[in-house]
Design a protein around this ligand. Structure first.
Ligand SMILES: Nc1ncnc2c1ncn2[C@@H]1O[C@H](COP(=O)(O)OP(=O)(O)OP(=O)(O)O)[C@@H](O)[C@H]1O
Ligand SMILES: [Mg+2]
Length: 488
């Protein structure tokens, strides 16, 4: 059993089918052989029957014509023909006509009840013989010699025995047997070879491809995909495999992103804490000096120091916010409310940039179980980015859509701004990645947003076409009525 378990699927199938086919072919060919043998015996029986009929006819003719031609027949039977015949009886006139063996005796006795002929095959001197026994019925001419024995017309008075040597027949049967065996071997081999190719091409080859792909994934290569060009189980397996690696890729990305956030978060917390106090002092001393000094040039320079210190303080503040990504305080909130509040906060920027805002908010949107302040922070970051991406554009359009999707809610923020270069799509959620130039963007907005959405058990995705705009999609789990967190 253990040995069978170790075999490959292909070998197992071929072995199983092979055994079944072998049994079927052997049964079928044995049946054919037996049919052939039976029909050969039947032919022999017919042959023997016709010989017996002729002998009986001769005997009758002999009796009628009062002549004895038996010696002539006997001579012919012994010399010329391969067969032999003999008439036997339990009450013969001469003892040479007594039954020679059990078969002949039984035949005569059997004819008393059932006068139908019988045959047997027996061996003598290692040779096979076909022995036929048919009933001899007492006819009127026969009574001339047998009346004294008490016979009457119609009585069974013995058996005519015809013996035919079977060496020819056996030879033919043997040849048929060899042909059948050779055909069986050829048929079985052909079926096995055909089966091997079918299994190899329909299952095994594809299983090997799948196995190789799984090994690659096992080694951490999630870029492996399989071609799906069939609708059967193998095709479904390949589709599932592709879905699995896509999922793994996205999970891997999320993991890397979370690790980055965690590392940068810790670093940022330490640095921000250390920088904060000296920065406050720089700004304070710059202000003090500004108030004391009258020289306009120096005052200008002190103003720059103060501004730069303040700008750095803003960055430090963002860093602290980023590192302090507190645990969300969950409650059931209306996503649409958050959208409206965000737009209120950002109204001045939207107005200034003459942005046309289109809202498609699902009125039946289920509530989400979330921290409203954090989710608002995410939306502010995303909408601010969109506004910044459309700065100076004549037909700036911002579209915000909320929608429920299964047991999740989704928000889509679409702008027709500058878009994101393909090579940057993977980087925009990295802490400190910004294309906005020194002093304009810290590159923390999206990484903070990513962390928040992740803490909420949701996901954030982006699609963009440089020069045409970007779409940010946030998906969050729907909150349950009892306020339970559905994802933790
Ligand atoms: N809607 C958008 N259109 C085009 N580019 C975008 C969009 N949103 C984000 N980006 C790109 O992603 C980068 C990172 O965004 P993120 O919000 O993290 O940082 P930032 O906006 O540069 O700085 P911060 O938000 O910290 O002020 C941006 O610099 C910009 O290149
Ligand atoms: Mg930003």
């Amino acid at each position: 059993m253990r040995f069978i378990k170790k075999l490959s699927i292909g070998t197992k199938v071929i072995l199983m089918v092979g055994v079944v086919m072998l049994v079927l072919i052997i049964s079928l060919f044995s049946l054919l052989y037996n049919e052939n043998r039976e029909s050969t015996y039947l032919q022999l029986k017919e042959q023997a029957q016709s010989i017996a009929d002729q002998v009986v006819l001769f005997r009758l003719w002999n009796a009628q014509n009062k002549e004895r031609i038996e010696p002539v027949l006997s001579v012919l039977s012994n010399k010329k023909f391969k067969y032999k015949w003999k008439m036997v009886s339990t009450k013969p006139i001469g003892s040479e006509n007594l039954p020679q063996d059990e078969f002949q005796l039984h035949a005569i006795q059997g004819f008393e009840n059932n006068p139908s002929d019988i045959y047997r095959i027996y061996k003598s001197n290692k040779k096979d013989f076909f022995e036929y026994a048919g009933p001899i019925i007492m006819e009127k001419p026969c009574l001339r010699c047998h009346i004294d024995q008490g016979y009457r017309k119609g009585d069974i008075h013995g058996a005519i025995i015809v013996t035919i040597p079977m060496n020819e027949v056996e030879k033919n049967l043997q040849i048929t047997k060899s042909y059948l065996a050779a055909s069986a071997i050829i048929l079985l081999t052909s079926i096995m070879v055909l089966l091997y190719f079918i299994i190899q091409n329909t299952v095994i080859r594809h299983l090997h491809t799948l196995m190789k792909a799984f090994r690659k994934v096992g080694k951490g290569d999630y870029n492996t995909t399989l071609e799906v060009d069939r609708g059967d189980e193998i095709g479904e397996l390949s589709r599932s495999f592709n879905r699995m690696v896509t999922e793994l890729r996205s999970k891997e990305k999320q993991l890397i992103q979370s690790e980055k956030l965690a590392t940068v978060g810790k670093l940022a917390a330490g640095v921000a804490h250390e920088i904060n106090n000296p920065l406050a002092n720089i700004s304070l001393y710059a202000q003090m000096l500004y108030r004391k000094i009258r020289d306009p040039d120096t005052r200008k320079k002190l103003k720059i120091i103060e501004e730069q210190a303040d700008q750095t303080a803003t960055i430090v503040k963002s860093l602290l916010e980023f590192s302090r990504q507190a645990e969300p305080k969950f409650e059931l909130v209306d996503f649409n409310d958050i959208v409206n509040k965000t737009l209120n906060i950002l109204e001045p920027q939207i107005y200034l940039n003459k942005i046309n805002v289109k809202l498609k908010l699902d009125k039946n949107l289920p509530k989400i179980y979330a921290d409203p302040i954090q989710i608002q922070q995410v939306l502010v970051n995303i909408v601010t980015n969109a506004v910044q991406a459309m700065e100076g554009k004549d037909d700036a359009h911002l579209e915000i859509i909320t929608r429920s999707k299964g047991d999740k809610v989704m928000i889509v923020v679409r702008d027709n701004g500058v878009g994101i270069l393909e090579e940057n799509l993977d980087k925009i959620f990295d802490p400190f990645f910004s294309t906005k130039g020194v002093g304009k963007g810290t590159g923390l907005g999206l990484s903070v947003s990513y962390g928040i959405i992740e803490n909420h058990g949701g996901e954030i995705k982006v699609k963009s076409k440089p020069g045409h705009g970007s779409i940010f999609i946030i998906i969050l789990p729907e909150g349950e009525e009892n306020g339970e967190n559905t994802y933790s």
